[in-house]
Design a protein around this ligand. Structure first.
Ligand code: NAD
Length: 354
């Protein structure tokens, strides 16, 4: 098989990051992006040479905004082997009939219901299950964070149950209409929240209950996770497995001063990360508390970028281009420079990354 031809439908927070990540892959080619309304981001994309596709009735509107249009969304879909659908939550389901009609595969995002796809996806957990599937969904940012952790910790022992509290960011930085701006809001008030149920779309038999609250911040989510193993585990083993995963940045707050989501973002800025993206799950080493069978820790999730590497791996899985998850993960991590966050702040006496 030659390069995978990928179209990105929806060019917002997730779509623009995934489109840029596709352009960095040696085995993928970006057919173009689709957008329904002109704005500065699509103007920039068009000026950077990315083909832009729009609904037929909007071609004139885009032309008036100075954006060169390469065709309709249907034209774009017909050119692709796979569509990454990054339209707003629920809109992807409305596009599925078009993808089916054209006979193109599609990767949907976490805002879509799991029943519109054959499988939900996480690179560390179930890459192989998604090989050659037609419709796959990359789970949401919070679920991706939980799954990365659990599918790493499960290498040191059998997990009996998980209880997690999710402190959610209220909105992405660009979303100036969302709140709350002065409240802590249970989301939902009822327990469990949907996040644990979403984890079960990938880890079907896990006993997990999550609760969630929204707080007035836009930077990142924070999770307080409690994992109960069948047997006692050692803190050193927890630290060892976490530090070997490139997509998990194990950060020592005391040694680095990175002790909040604001400092994570500042560190990402200092590293020159585009848009201060942190696609790695950040786990605070100092927070890891082990007592017999029980591990409690705190981790932070950069909602805007954590799912980007998963989308890239999902493309290789559904096309069957790469059958071994480690191989796809290696290419993705190398091209997106994942792991740099932890490497930059790792104290010299720690294990190097695997
Ligand atoms: P967004 O609103 O930032 O971007 C959506 C884009 O789709 C916008 O550019 C919009 O103009 C475009 N669009 C709207 N209607 C369209 C249509 N009918 N056809 C084509 N394009 C259309 O949304 P987002 O935050 O990128 O979310 C996309 C998906 O990713 C959702 O399922 C969401 O739940 C999921 N997700 C979001 C985040 C996050 O933190 N933002 C994290 C993980 C997953």
């Amino acid at each position: 098989m030659g390069k995978i031809r990928v179209a990105v439908n929806g060019y917002g927070t997730i779509g623009k990051r995934v489109a840029e990540a596709i352009m960095l892959q040696p085995d993928m080619e970006l057919v173009g992006i689709a957008k329904t309304r002109p704005d500065y981001s699509v103007l920039l994309a068009s000026r950077n040479g990315i083909p832009v596709y729009v609904p037929e009735e909007r071609i004139r509107l885009f032309a008036e905004a100075g954006i060169k249009v390469s065709g309709t969304i249907e034209d774009m879909v017909k050119e692709a082997d796979v569509v990454v659908d990054a339209t707003p939550a629920g809109v992807g389901a409305l596009y599925k009939p078009l993808y089916e009609h054209v006979g193109v595969k599609a990767i949907f995002q976490g805002g879509e219901k799991p029943d519109i796809v054959e499988a939900s996806f996480n690179s560390y957990c179930n890459y192989e299950e998604c090989i050659d599937k037609n419709y796959v969904r990359v789970v949401s940012c919070n679920t991706t964070g939980l799954l990365r952790l659990l599918c790493t910790l499960n290498s040191i022992g059998r997990i009996r149950k998980v209880r997690a509290t999710i402190v959610r960011r209220a909105a992405d930085p660009k979303e100036d209409k969302k709140g709350p701006i002065n409240s802590i809001k249970p989301n939902p008030v009822t327990i469990p929240s949907h996040h644990g149920l979403d984890v079960k779309t990938v880890l079907k038999n896990i006993d997990i209950i999550t609760t969630a609250v929204i707080v007035p911040t836009t930077l990142m989510h924070l999770h307080i996770v409690n994992v109960l193993f069948e047997n006692p585990v050692r803190r050193d083993d927890v630290i060892d497995v976490l530090s070997r995963r490139k997509r998990i940045a194990l950060i020592n707050a005391e040694l680095t001063g990175i002790n909040s989501t604001a400092k994570i973002v500042e560190a990402a800025r200092d590293l020159g990360r585009k848009r201060y993206d942190v696609p790695e799950l950040v786990v605070w080493e100092d927070s890891i508390h082990v007592s017999g069978n029980e591990v409690i820790l705190m981790q932070a999730v950069h909602q805007e970028s954590i799912v980007v590497p998963e989308n890239i791996d999902a493309l290789r899985a559904v096309t069957g281009l790469v059958s071994r998850p480690e191989e796809s993960i290696r290419i993705t991590d190398q091209t997106l420079r994942i792991g740099v966050f932890q490497e930059s702040f790792l104290s010299p006496n720690r294990n190097t990354l695997g």
